[in-house]
Design a protein around this ligand. Structure first.
Ligand code: C5P
Length: 231
């Protein structure tokens, strides 16, 4: 229990691989705080669109990233609070996700958000997810997972998720959006999506949510067992 309460698990991977779903479940099971780093980029995107900024406005977005007060309120699902406003729903809009991907290329935006994320990680007892969490935010996390799946599976999951939330969505356009996002996330200069050397790769094609959750929790328990042997 002692090792687990200090445990840091980082989950990385492309859009729609199920990082958020898995991290949320593991957080509940193991009693860890859930740090949704993508939600923070989405918050900056939401503010930028409200100000009428274009995604290219790096300086404007960086200022928003530096001054935005973003916090997470535990619960199921946990709430995202941005400058005192509950934006849990608003940031899930696919257009905000797209805008987030575009503003996340700016190094100054990343620097501000990564600094905030690292302060939370330092407290320990956290599972964080997002593309760069294993490579940049928490490269020393004892448990690192690269969660992936084929593009068809990822698009179908996103589609089901949005329809379930009564958000209109078209499968083909989701697929091309995810493809574009993959490309942008893996080719950007600053912190591109990549598999960390010592990350465990889990390809979730054909796996149920439970099976992926079990696989991550097994890694956590293995680490815990080896850490308690060493101490
Ligand atoms: O994971 P989510 O879809 O909420 O992330 C939205 C966008 O924010 C991603 O497409 C990605 O470009 C960006 N992001 C990032 N680094 C993270 C998390 C998200 O660049 N750690």
């Amino acid at each position: 229990v002692c090792a687990l309460s200090n445990l840091v698990i980082a989950i990385d991977g492309p859009a729609g691989a199920g990082k958020t779903t898995i991290a949320r479940r593991v957080a509940t099971d193991l009693g860890l705080q859930f740090l949704d780093t993508g939600a923070m980029y989405r918050c900056v995107a939401l503010l930028a669109t409200r100000r009428g900024f274009t995604p290219e406005n790096a300086e404007g977005a960086a200022h928003l990233a530096a001054t935005a007060e973003i916090s997470f309120q535990p619960g199921d699902p946990q709430k995202v609070i941005l400058n005192g406003e509950d934006v849990t729903q608003a940031i899930r809009d696919p257009n905000i996700g797209d805008f987030a991907s575009a503003v996340s290329v700016h190094s100054a935006v990343r620097r501000h958000l990564v600094a905030q994320q690292q302060r939370i990680v330092q407290q320990g007892g956290v599972i964080l997810e997002g593309r760069d969490t294993t490579t940049v935010v928490a490269p020393k996390a004892p448990v690192k997972v690269f969660l992936t799946a084929g593009i068809d599976v990822r698009a179908a999951r996103r589609h089901r998720e949005l329809i379930g939330k009564q958000i209109d969505a078209d499968l083909e356009s989701l697929k091309s959006m995810i493809g574009e996002r993959d490309h942008r996330d893996s080719t950007r200069q600053d912190s591109p999506l990549r598999v960390a050397d010592d990350a465990h790769v889990i390809d979730s094609d054909g796996m149920s949510i439970e099976q992926v959750v079990d696989a991550v929790e097994r890694l956590a328990r293995e680490y815990e067992a080896s850490a308690s042997v060493q101490s």
